[in-house]
Design a protein around this ligand. Structure first.
Ligand SMILES: [Zn+2]
Length: 186
């Protein structure tokens, strides 16, 4: 493409960028170039599709592993603390979205697992996010019942930290349960 044509398209891209809030100027320029090059017609919807990637799309396309699983981290909606980590399969994800309560796939039991179904400590989904390449999920949750997310009775599964005790080379674990989040004062 000749320089003058590139400049013209870059200028146009800046003007048109508000049409494509998720795209950078370079992407819009490229989209316009590709479109002009293809059939000389610029249709916004077509442009959006031409540069759409898994990172910019509005389509939810979770990427499951070969075993049909997607890793999912759960954090506390008030404190931001990491509460637990588990895997979902398509069924668990569907149930989670439909019910607003976190469901996972239990690899050890080989079945759908509604977290907290027995203890009453259900995980109410406040927000469900996915990452740039859509291969990890992140649930921000409100723990129901007594607010405990781990089956051991700890609030978070991550109640131990890895330390290197003085005078040793080997890493060891130290119990350091997360403190309970402060209740907001009215
Ligand atoms: Zn746990």
């Amino acid at each position: 493409m000749r320089d003058a044509a590139v400049r013209q398209l870059q200028h146009l891209a800046v003007e048109r960028q508000t049409d494509f809030p998720l795209l950078g100027t370079a992407s819009v320029t490229y989209a316009l170039y590709a479109q002009v090059h293809c059939d000389g017609e610029m249709a916004p919807e077509k442009l959006r599709g031409m540069t759409e990637t898994i990172e910019t799309t509005h389509s939810f396309k979770p990427k499951f592993s070969g075993e049909g699983l997607i890793p999912t981290v759960v954090t506390d909606h008030r404190s931001g603390d990491v509460l637990m980590f588990a895997y979902m399969n398509q069924m668990a994800l569907n149930e989670t979205i439909a019910s607003g309560i976190a469901h996972f796939w239990s690899r050890s039991r080989g079945k759908l697992w509604k977290k907290g179904d027995e203890s009453g400590n259900l995980l109410k989904v406040i927000e469900l996010r996915t990452d740039c390449d859509q291969d990890v999920l992140w649930i921000t949750a409100e723990v129901q019942g007594n607010g405990v997310a781990c089956h051991t009775g700890e609030r978070s599964c991550f109640y131990r930290r890895v330390v290197k005790p003085d005078g040793t080379d080997a890493a060891a674990l130290e119990f350091a349960p997360l403190p309970a989040p402060k209740t907001p004062t009215a």
